[in-house]
Design a protein around this ligand. Structure first.
Ligand code: CDP
Length: 805
């Protein structure tokens, strides 16, 4: 069949546009081992860097002796803070308005902190030389508990001593960073004082780590002839890195080219700037040779950006029939030795003020205190928009605690308090305008899908059997309804280091009707090359298979703020649609000229413009593309390309209903996920198969976090979980089956109605798993217990409840 005889539906299907479960185009490369990662980059004469790191969590650096290391054949240089100081590079700015030592300057503040950088002819010599650098330390008292840190006389940040103002306002103590307040404190306290019922609990979301399979790394290559620095790296925001490198090194921005090649997972870990990048650039400038630095697993886990570590004290007020009247939260945020959190500038605790969740809570107050401790810096959004997973965990635990206090079914308590569909756009008490949602429909669909009533009946029988000594296994039903906030963001209130958080897409149509699109984002496994081509295919009627997508090269891609916080689809996806629409608008003029009618007399039909009322007279996008390059159309420039820099008017608010059914053995603390149901609403769905993959991956990371994954410290500040023997990373063995489902509530302000999805499963998954554990023990008196719920901690719950006889 040719184009003339295909129906519009058949022509649309041939495009593989939005809604199509198109196979990932990236996978041909990845499944054949043909990916091109940082460690695959090999340049002539390349040198290798490695760090001398502190074994102590808090110590004065008395001396560093490089002599033995420099004497080792093959060692080219050993850099210390003294070498970087004349260049002003011994400290670097953090994303949170603080500064951080690149190499230890007088003291160290966390175990694993970078003390010296060894450069050698190969990776093994560098590692050997690290052992030969002699560092004399004088141990100092260690503070790993943020509550203790706020009371202690020990000054962690001596460089800030006497400084009563920080980047985010007044500091109350020498180990205090900031206080961030949102909402109405007095009104919330008045509501709490008058409420029928108030539930109060401390909810701790422990310290964990994104742990991407590929660790962080870079190759810096300074070409002394052209004066151009090329920096390859595992960067989630290549343009922002280029600007930061230019600002701190003084190299003009046009002389810096940043390239993010294939990235093996980021999950927030690769947003920030690390000492390895700065040292590699300096080493390349000094030696005139390319320098590669790639972390090992322990370095990644112990020193690069952690996530969470929020102590959230909550109070929730309600009427006796369950209508929530107020929410109060005070969070103590452990930021480690430097405040290097990756949040938009005006949000030092990220979007934690989404903590009213999916509920219509009229009055609320949130305060967050940031604190320095002797732990690694970071505070990234590990597969969540900025601090949203903390917020969702907090509210979903508080709902469960309130349900216990009210003696009410937690599913019903949620239903009573959901924001109703006709309340959108909804103004939350803590300052957000939720764009769209239909929570009741999603909730009812989820409860029905798992046969919620049947499960509760089974659970009641199980409790009886347990009490009668017929079983030692409990059944937990973990409920969650979450609301995400993704797509940072409107430039008016979201920036990082002063760079507005817009994003961009440039599309060029070639004469023969194929195209290349370049974006300011960078995929780390999310499949952008597949899905963004689908948006273009639907918008301009060229097959997705004929569209190449390119990201991550600052010399070719338009400026953008990168990929994290599920912002790619809400922001760069919108830019893609808008650029495509500019192309279609020009194509309409060309089509009208070719068809010899007025512009207004042609109409769009899947992949062509046809004359209104005469559909047999048309020009396809392919015809139009060719004409754009070979016909001199009066008043029009040749060519067919467009660029869009998109500043979103609002965030998007994806949501979901997750239910976990878990069996728990009270004698061993072992758990088994019997069923996991995940309903996501991310508005218009671009690629259902990729969405499903995103949900599977995100729920698996949530399983890890809730059930075992943590960065744990002892009292000396030693990291106890610095290897994958101790840090729980689920394999296929531990990963349960998931059932995915969806509803579709488009975003009213996004050009194609899409919301982000990549991080929803982590945001919704963690409370679902944790609530299942709590729910299993609830009939025996458990109210609150801290994650991660590993076997030992579960055994301890059972023991504490007197279940071991
Ligand atoms: O920013 P990031 O790519 O991590 O997250 P995202 O914007 O949520 O997108 C993750 C993947 O899911 C991308 O390939 C998206 O295009 C795809 N997606 C989709 O197919 N439909 C949506 N409504 C949202 C995302």
């Amino acid at each position: 069949m040719n184009d003339q005889t295909l129906t519009p539906e058949e022509r649309a299907a041939n495009l593989k546009g939005m809604g199509c479960a198109r196979k990932r185009v990236e996978d041909v490369r990845f499944t054949q081992g043909k990916g091109n990662y940082v460690d695959d980059i090999k340049l002539d004469g390349m040198l290798f860097g490695d760090f001398v790191r502190s074994p102590y969590a808090h110590a004065r650096v008395v001396s560093v002796n490089k002599e033995a290391a420099l004497a080792l054949p093959g060692v080219v240089a050993v850099l210390t803070a003294e070498d970087l100081a004349p260049l002003g590079l011994h400290w670097m700015p953090t994303l949170a308005g603080d500064k951080q030592m690149v190499l230890a300057d007088g003291k160290v503040l966390f175990q694993g902190q970078e003390v010296a950088y060894v450069v050698a002819e190969d990776r093994y010599i560098a590692a050997d030389a690290v052992e030969l650098v002699e560092v004399e330390y004088e141990e100092l008292p260690v503070l790993t508990d943020p509550f203790e840190a706020l009371k202690s006389d020990v000054v962690l940040r001596e460089d800030l001593e006497g400084q009563t103002e920080g980047a985010h306002g007044p500091r109350k103590h020498h180990n205090h960073i900031f206080t961030w307040e949102q909402g109405d404190k007095d009104a919330t306290e008045a509501v709490l004082a008058e409420a029928d019922v108030v539930a109060e609990e401390m909810v701790y979301y422990h310290r964990t780590h994104p742990c991407p399979l590929e660790t962080c790394g870079c190759v810096a290559s300074m070409d002394k002839v052209t004066g151009k620095l090329t920096l390859y790296g595992t960067f989630q925001a290549p343009h922002a890195i280029r600007t930061v490198v230019s600002l701190i090194s003084g190299i003009a921005e046009h002389n810096i080219r940043v390239i993010s090649p294939d990235i093996g997972g980021g999950f927030g870990n690769k947003v920030g700037a690390y000492a390895g990048y700065v040292c590699s650039v300096v080493a390349s400038i000094v030696t005139g040779k390319p320098v590669k630095w790639v972390e090992d697993r322990m370095e990644n886990l112990m020193t690069t950006a952690f996530a969470r570590d929020y102590w959230m004290q909550g109070k929730i007020a309600a009427t006796k029939d369950g209508k929530i009247t107020g929410l109060w939260c005070h969070t103590t945020a452990d930021h480690g030795g430097f405040d290097a959190c990756a949040d938009p500038t005006k949000f030092p605790a990220g979007f934690m003020n989404i903590c009213t969740g999916s509920y219509d809570i009229p009055t609320a107050y949130l305060a967050v205190d940031g604190v320095y401790t002797n732990k690694a810096p970071g505070g990234v959004a590990y597969r969540c928009s900025f601090r949203v997973t903390e917020a969702a965990y907090f509210i979903e635990r508080m709902i469960e605690v309130l349900a216990i206090k009210l003696n009410m079914d937690a599913a019903e308590l949620r239903r009573i308090n959901f924001i109703k569909a006709d309340q959108f756009p909804y103004q939350s008490a803590l300052g957000w305008e939720y764009d769209s949602g239909d929570y009741h429909t999603a909730w009812d669909k989820a409860l029905k899908a798992v046969d919620y009533e049947g499960l509760r009946a089974e659970q009641a029988q199980r409790i009886e059997d347990f009490k009668a000594g017929k079983t030692r296994k409990l059944l937990g039903i973990g409920l969650t309804h979450f609301t995400e906030i993704v797509g940072a963001g409107p430039v008016k209130n979201c920036d990082i280091l002063g760079l507005g958080m817009f994003d961009s897409c440039e599309i060029r149509i070639h004469p023969t009707g194929s195209a290349i699109a370049r974006l300011g984002t960078i995929s780390q496994g999310q499949g952008h090359a597949t899905t963004f081509a689908q948006i273009i295919a639907s918008e301009i009627g060229l097959p997705a298979d004929d569209i190449t997508l390119e990201e991550g090269d600052t010399d070719t891609a338009p400026y953008g703020l990168g990929t994290y916080g599920s912002r790619s689809t809400p922001v760069a996806g919108a830019a893609t649609a808008m650029a495509a629409r500019k192309i279609r608008a020009k194509a309409q003029m060309i089509a009208a000229y070719l068809l010899e009618v007025h512009d207004d007399d042609v109409e769009w039909d899947v992949d062509r413009f046809a004359v209104k009322g005469a559909p047999e007279r048309f020009k396809t996008m392919k015809d139009i593309a060719f004409a754009a390059y070979n016909q001199a159309i009066p008043g029009l420039e040749p060519g067919l390309e467009a660029v869009s820099y998109y500043d979103p008017p609002n965030m998007t608010y994806p949501f979901g209903a997750y239910i976990c059914v878990m069996e728990i053995d009270v004698d061993t603390g072992e758990w088994e996920v019997r069923q996991f149901y995940a309903l996501d609403d991310c508005g218009t769905r671009i690629n259902p198969m990729i969405i499903e993959g995103q949900v599977h991956g995100g729920v698996t990371e949530a399983l890890a976090i809730a059930m075992g994954q943590e960065i744990a410290y002892d009292d000396m500040g030693n990291v106890k979980t610095g290897t994958l023997m101790d840090f729980f990373l689920p394999t296929a063995w531990e990963t349960p089956n998931y059932t995915t489902d969806h509803t579709v509530t488009p975003s009213p302000h996004h050009p194609i109605g899409a919301k982000g999805v990549g991080e929803s499963p982590n945001v919704g998954g963690v409370p679902a798993f944790s609530n299942a554990v709590h729910d299993a023990f609830k009939p025996f008196g458990l109210v609150q217990s801290h994650m991660p719920h590993d076997h030992w901690r579960i055994w301890k719950i059972a023991s504490g409840l007197g279940m071991h006889g």
